[in-house]
Design a protein around this ligand. Structure first.
Ligand code: ANZ
Ligand code: ZN
Length: 816
């Protein structure tokens, strides 16, 4: 009797893998095998691996290992996204350097990954906080700068007065800093940006390439984030102001329904046009608005607020005077920061009009009740009314007509608008890539010459990293004060660091040649490996990382450094691991520790549980799954593989036909299931094969039958996708040497796939007219179709039958 001892197998095979190194990608360009690039989103070293990591990497490894068995030259690298604020906070608390915390956590995770048995090519490991890596962030920054794609501008940004740093919009919750709870203010700051808006059109258009391989959900999120809309720019005059003011509208057809005009309170225009009498009220309002994030300002739930600016605008098509207000639901950095308000057909305008008693005029007759009475705007299709030359036209016709009129009279033009903003790149943080710019009083912004890169971080630790209203790097006087590379005069380094999303925007290219010293990556190697065939990671990266990486790839394409415009051919978003129906959290006390699960059940059982729980996209509720049951199954599989007594190479053709049929059907189905990402069902098939082999051993021809060997060897290879330790050990016990990882994927014998058939009787009006040989599991519809296609039946029918009664698979009765 063989005992299944997962921990012993882990110790043994982890050592063997170190020796055998079975997952190294072949660099030799002469290698004739097809290449595949498999990538899991790289981890942040926040501590040890958690259940979420356990899931992503288990799922990704199914495909990677499948590709190894299929004989591809597979690249499956691992690295760490190791810059970021948590390291800095830990360093302040412990009066240490962020690197200490970071690299200690990386070692912990690396050890755990090795135990977890993921098929990585460890020789390509990278850490984004290594100077050898971030040097190339700086080099790329220089290239972006030369192309005008990195620039500095002033603007309102979210600022946490407590943490003394800029925050992203996503980090502002209900007007407060998500970390410390302080009330966030908007501050006018000069910051670095990447000009991602220049690529807005291409980011949208190239999504055609992703239709087949990306989840529809992610594509939709990205489309909405980029937010392309079509409409018109319309010029309004404001009384007492020379220059006309342009508004962007997607509904120029409703121009005759504009009953007031709204300017963003934080736009320069508002400040400029406000009347003396209204100035005090306006300034008080603006101060209130400065506390809100864009998300709050745009919320349809929020009670509308605003202030009259004491001036009027003139509607360019009918000369009507309409009051000009400032209101926070109009954003200063969208469109032109001002709108024409059409309350009848826009809900936010209507909410505002009702709050402040402004008129509502219907200009599109939709058949719905008057918005002025119901409080429900009618944004839909309809016929134009109260609109002079547009009366009687449909919405689409009216849009075309009014644009034509505006263009003829020089009052406006057709326009496209994007919601996407430029990428704010600077952070007042320490643990990131220094921006390689030197500010010279005479020469301005001077990039650090390429040959002087990297600009490494100075050695700051503890208190020196604490926020004090200026970036921590500004504390390092020796580091800050330098000579201008251009004129040699006294100058200062830029003291901001880059958003860590810069690091992850191109790391997948670095893996193709991780030690490369001539550039961020070897163009030839990227040509060979790229783009990534399969990317696996969380949906939470739908816009930020996945959008930025697509942007970087397009810029690199324009620089001639990569030959593709999309980095990730296929994308898989795994679900979350939850517990008792809720996300795991400390406060709920429902956390599950990956390491403890592994200690209790073994790596294979945990990995198998992750994969078997459901389709990879679905959440896994750890309260609903059973790693103990997985362990039991693995122990059964282990026994089957251990009990085989027929010699290596025994001819299965002489073995039990019944079992052989199961084996080959399993191969056929598992292959298709893996290729269509139905990994959980594939595991169910492996369980069935195990049961079938057991039956043959116990109550059939016995453990010496060569068909049992065939079943066991097949099982070992299939199982290696989800339970690599037991698979290796089983393979060895079956008499093989070396690792199972590269053993060819089994091929189903078509002759063994043919299902036995059953005879189906086809009756017409109660008389037997034909007999058909059909599969025993044929569906009713397919069987009816087959019967009606019979020549003998067709000869008896003149037109469609009145009824077809199907008793699959044996009988079809047709009533003519
Ligand atoms: C008049 C109008 C009438 C509008 C109507 C809509 C419906 P998207 O699709 O998001 O581009 N808008 C323009 N600039 C804005 C700003 N800075 N802040 C807030 N809202 C702004 O939406 C474009 C529409 O959003 C524009 O069309 C404008 O309202 C509003 F029946 O103009 B519309
Ligand atoms: Zn200079």
């Amino acid at each position: 009797e063989q005992q299944y001892d997962p921990q012993a197998l882990q110790a043994k095979w982890q050592r063997r893998w170190e020796e055998l190194d079975p997952f190294r990608a072949e660099e030799d360009p002469a290698d004739p095998r097809e290449r595949r690039y498999m990538l899991d989103m790289f981890p942040y070293p926040s501590g040890d691996l958690h259940m979420g990591h356990g899931e992503v990497f288990a799922i990704g490894d199914v495909l990677a290992r499948y590709w190894f068995h299929k004989g591809y030259n597979v690249l499956h690298p691992i690295g760490w996204d190791s810059f970021g604020l948590p390291a800095e906070n830990a360093a302040i608390r412990r009066n240490a350097h962020p690197a200490e915390w970071t690299y200690a956590n990386i070692e912990t995770q690396a050890t755990s990954f090795k135990r977890y048995g993921i098929s990585f090519d460890w020789s390509r490991r990278l850490h984004t906080s290594d100077p050898e890596y971030y040097k190339w962030n700086q080099w790329l920054f220089n290239r972006f700068f030369e192309r005008g794609l990195a620039y500095r501008k002033g603007g309102l940004v979210n600022w946490c007065p407590q943490d003394q740093t800029v925050l992203a919009n996503e980090q502002v919750v209900a007007g407060r800093c998500e970390r410390c709870g302080a009330e966030v203010v908007r501050r006018e700051l000069t910051q670095w940006y990447f000009k991602i808006t220049e690529y807005a059109d291409r980011l949208l258009d190239d999504m055609d390439q992703l239709e087949a391989g990306w989840p529809e959900r992610v594509l939709t999120i990205q489309r909405n984030w980029i937010g392309r809309s079509e409409g018109a720019d319309v010029r309004f005059r404001i009384e007492g102001r020379e220059e006309p003011v342009t508004v962007y509208t997607t509904r120029p057809d409703t121009l005759f329904g504009a009953t007031f005009f709204v300017v963003a309170p934080d736009a320069a225009l508002a400040e400029e046009i406000v009347s003396d009498g209204q100035r005090a009220a306006f300034e008080a309002y603006r101060a209130e608005v400065a506390k809100l994030s864009d998300i709050e300002r745009l919320s349809t739930e929020k009670e509308k607020t605003g202030v009259f600016l004491g001036v009027h605008a003139i509607n360019p098509v009918n000369g009507e005077r309409i009051p000009v207000w400032a209101a926070d639901y109009v954003l200063s950095d969208y469109g032109h920061g001002a709108i024409m308000a059409v309350p009848a057909h826009d809900q936010r305008d209507l909410d505002f009009a009702r709050k402040f008693g402004l008129p509502v005029r219907v200009v599109v007759h939709t058949g719905l009740a008057d918005p002025g009475e119901t409080g429900e705007a009618t944004p839909g299709e309809g016929t134009l009314v109260n609109s002079g030359p547009l009366d009687g036209l449909t919405k689409a016709e009216a849009i075309d007509r009014i644009i034509q009129i505006l263009e003829e009279r020089g009052l406006g033009k057709r326009a496209v608008n994007f919601r996407l903003r430029d990428w704010l790149l600077s952070r007042q943080r320490f643990w990131g890539t220094p921006i390689p710019i030197i500010h010279c009083p005479d020469c301005g912004e001077v990039p650090v010459p390429d040959e002087q890169l990297p600009v490494t971080l100075p050695d700051l630790r503890g208190e020196a990293l604490a926020p004090k209203g200026i970036a921590p790097l500004a504390n390092a006087a020796d580091w800050v004060n330098v000579e201008c590379p251009k004129c040699g005069g006294a100058a200062k380094r830029d003291t901001d660091t880059m958003d860590t999303f810069v690091d992850s925007s191109w790391y997948f290219l670095r893996y193709c040649s991780p030690g490369y010293t001539e550039g961020p990556f070897d163009v030839e190697q990227v040509r060979k490996w790229g783009p990534i065939d399969q990317y696996v990671g969380g949906i939470e990266h739908a816009v930020l990382h996945l959008l930025y990486a697509r942007f970087f790839t397009k810029v690199l394409y324009d620089m001639g450094m990569v030959g593709f415009t999309e980095p990730f051919v296929r994308l898989l978003n795994q679900g979350q691991v939850i517990n008792q129906g809720k996300a795991m959290s400390k406060s709920l006390g429902n956390g599950v520790d990956l390491g403890e699960q592994i200690d209790t059940y073994g790596v294979d059982a945990v990995r198998l549980t992750m994969v078997f729980a459901g389709p990879p996209e679905d959440d896994i509720d750890w309260a609903d799954v059973s790693p103990a049951a997985s362990q039991k199954f693995l122990s059964r599989a282990f026994r089957v593989m251990s009990e085989v007594t027929s010699p290596l190479g025994a001819d299965p053709a002489t073995g039990d036909l019944e079992l052989r049929r199961v084996t080959h059907r399993t191969i056929d189905e598992v292959t298709k299931l893996v290729e269509s990402y139905r990994f959980n069902v594939a595991v169910a098939r492996m369980m069935e094969l195990t049961t079938a082999a057991r039956r043959t051993i116990d109550s059939g021809p016995g453990a010496g039958d060569p068909a049992v060997r065939e079943a066991a060897e097949t099982l070992a290879v299939l199982l290696s996708l989800v339970a690599p330790y037991v698979a290796e050990e089983g393979w060895e016990r079956l008499g093989h040497t070396g690792s199972i990882a590269r053993v060819p994927w089994p091929v189903a014998d078509p002759a063994l796939l043919v299902q036995e058939s059953v005879t189906c009787v086809v009756q017409v009006a109660g008389k037997v007219r034909d007999r058909l040989e059909v599969s025993p599991d044929i569906g009713e519809d397919a069987l009816a179709e087959l019967a009606l296609a019979s020549e003998k039946v067709k000869a008896l029918l003149s037109g469609a039958p009145r009824r077809v009664i199907v008793r699959a698979p044996k009988l079809v009765n047709i009533v003519p």
